[in-house]
Design a protein around this ligand. Structure first.
Ligand SMILES: Cc1cc2nc3c(=O)[nH]c(=O)nc-3n(C[C@H](O)[C@H](O)[C@H](O)COP(=O)(O)OP(=O)(O)OC[C@H]3O[C@@H](n4cnc5c(N)ncnc54)[C@H](O)[C@@H]3O)c2cc1C
Ligand code: SF4
Length: 493
């Protein structure tokens, strides 16, 4: 343990942000990480509570007290060893994880949680800059071939784990670059894509064959899901060519809003809007990019994806942005004794909200429901809404509260319903009640589907979730696949 009285003497500090007027001019990251001294001080706030709930609150079970102590001692090299022992890609989570670990931190019971995510961020950024992150090439090859379908964080983590124990792994991706939603979805200003490229190089050096632009199975004809495939492979071919197949295709089917007027021009899924900006940032030329310049934007959906639409619209130069959330506004502060160590329901204001509000663009509306899209000459001009209340768990409209909110661009950011069903159907994989791939959890023996030698993990199995959960599932599914191929596995649970 670092400093016995650290949590009483040292205040939590947050990572810095570059000023709004500067950062909204570009799509680059703007978070200023902790320097060495700040990271040492912040790690000294870890109180060695004895039962580190943070470790359990973290989906990959990062060994947080240990790396805090190592940072306090200045032993950064061992700190990254500890961090990498549970998390393949801390530079992803250190940037975009919502940090459920911090909600579970014991200091958080009646004080400010240890800044675990910012310390994680500092450790991995230092490790990369010092050249400590190198490929771990296996000493022996097993001769077994594994196909991983889908290159999001689940697929990347699984591919890395499987390659490191000597399997020949091929990572298939229908898009033109790997990374899943980290690449096409999450804006560059939250996470620059060079972090994925660097890991892609590491994966290749460890023996993973990356095949982008390859669709396994087919998408429905009218699908709006991102797809830059130039080649198709059938599930039958894959099962013939590989000893095991792991499906990590994500949960890509966006939730629609089938209100009257939905077919008007100018109404799009967030996942049509955000990936286009990612592509432009990557230097690709797009014909007719979907843009928000000078427009009145309505974002329907109050979560992360909606907030990313707000941040991107602000950078485009929108005239105004209104974000709808159907649920009532949550409290600004949680009732800690009631909810600790769980993830609390409270008002979350992202950096995108802050910057859009500072520019005088943003209005956040809660307890509001969309009744109809209205338009002129085939293009949306407004959204008819009504205020709602929640009574006995049911949504009730409040009479006399209808209004029409001006809109030239409507972005639907209401989450994802399930994976694209045609892909699971083509493999013959059973689905659960929510339409996700039905595969046993780790407790029941491991991510196997009903189809022989076919496994599933990540959002494709658990439904729309978080990057850190995808990494966990990828790691655990890799262990299950390894045990299936070899009879036993040394990979961590
Ligand atoms: C806009 C947005 C913002 C988000 N922000 C955050 C955040 O801040 N923090 C956080 O923790 N989480 C965030 N999430 C959620 C997070 O990105 C996902 O939970 C996570 O990426 C899921 O990982 P995955 O590997 O299971 O699937 P995905 O990342 O969805 O990757 C699946 C990949 O499989 C490919 N694929 C699918 N089917 C096939 C096929 N048949 N053949 C070939 N390839 C295929 C897809 O093209 C895709 O690249 C966000 C999600 C969105 C949409
Ligand atoms: S991965 Fe997320 S939950 Fe785990 S320690 Fe890092 S910030 Fe916390």
């Amino acid at each position: 343990m670092g400093k016995v009285t650290g949590f009483m003497e040292i205040e939590r500090i947050e990572e810095g942000y570059k000023p709004v007027p500067e950062r909204v001019k570009h799509y680059k990251e703007f978070v200023i990480g902790l320097d060495d001294k700040q990271a040492k001080d912040q790690s000294a706030r870890c109180m060695d509570c004895g039962t580190p709930f943070c470790n359990n609150g973290c989906p990959v079970n990062n060994i947080i007290p240990d790396f805090n102590d190592l940072v306090y001692q200045g032993d950064w090299k061992n700190a990254i060893e500890v961090l990498h022992s549970t998390n393949n890609f801390p530079e992803f989570t250190g940037r975009i994880c919502p940090a459920p670990c911090e909600a579970a931190c014991v200091v958080n019971v009646n004080g400010d949680a240890v800044g675990i995510k910012s310390i994680e961020h500092a450790i991995i950024d230092k490790a990369w800059s010092e050249g400590w992150v190198t490929p771990q090439v296996p000493k022996h090859k097993t001769g077994k071939k594994v196909a991983v379908v889908g290159s999001g964080p689940a697929g990347m983590a699984a591919a890395q784990q499987l390659a490191r124990v000597g399997h020949d792994v091929t990572l298939f991706e229908k898009n033109d670059r790997i990374g899943g939603l980290l690449r096409y979805g999450i804006p560059d200003f939250k996470m620059e894509k060079s972090h994925i490229d660097r890991r892609a190089k590491q994966l290749q050096a460890e023996g993973v064959t990356i095949r982008t632009g390859v669709m396994v199975g087919e998408l429905p004809k009218d699908s709006k899901v991102t797809n830059w495939a130039v080649e198709t492979i059938t599930p039958e071919q894959l099962k013939k060519d590989f000893d095991a197949v792991l499906l990590t295709g994500g949960s890509e089917q966006s939730r629609d809003l089938p209100a009257p007027g939905r077919d008007l021009a100018g109404i799009h899924f967030a996942m049509e809007f955000l990936p286009q900006q990612n592509k432009v940032n990557a230097g690709d030329k797009l014909k007719d990019q979907l843009r928000a310049d000078g427009k009145h934007v309505v974002v329907i959906g109050g979560g992360d994806t909606g907030s990313d639409c707000v941040g991107t619209s602000t950078r485009h130069g929108a005239a105004a942005v209104v974000q709808f959330e159907v649920m009532p506004m949550p409290p600004e502060q949680e009732n800690k004794p009631l909810v600790w160590p769980y993830w609390p329901l409270k008002l979350r204001t992202s950096s995108s909200h802050d910057e859009s509000a500072e520019k005088g663009l943003l209005k956040r509306e809660f307890a509001i429901s969309t009744k109809e899209f209205v338009g002129e000459k085939g293009h949306v001009t407004g959204v008819k809404t009504v205020r709602v209340e929640w009574k006995d768990g049911k949504m009730v409209e409040v009479a006399g509260t209808e209004e029409t909110i001006k809109a030239d661009l409507v972005l639907l950011a209401m989450g994802f319903v399930n994976p694209v069903s045609t892909v699971l159907d083509a493999f013959g994989v059973d689905k659960d009640a929510r339409g996700n791939a039905k595969a046993s959890t780790e407790d029941a023996g491991g991510y196997a589907t009903n189809v022989a030698k076919v496994f599933a993990a990540g959002d494709m199995r658990r439904g729309q979730s978080l990057v850190v959960w995808a990494i966990r599932e990828g790691r655990q599914a890799a262990r299950a696949v390894d045990a299936f191929l070899m009879g036993v596995s040394d990979l961590p649970r």
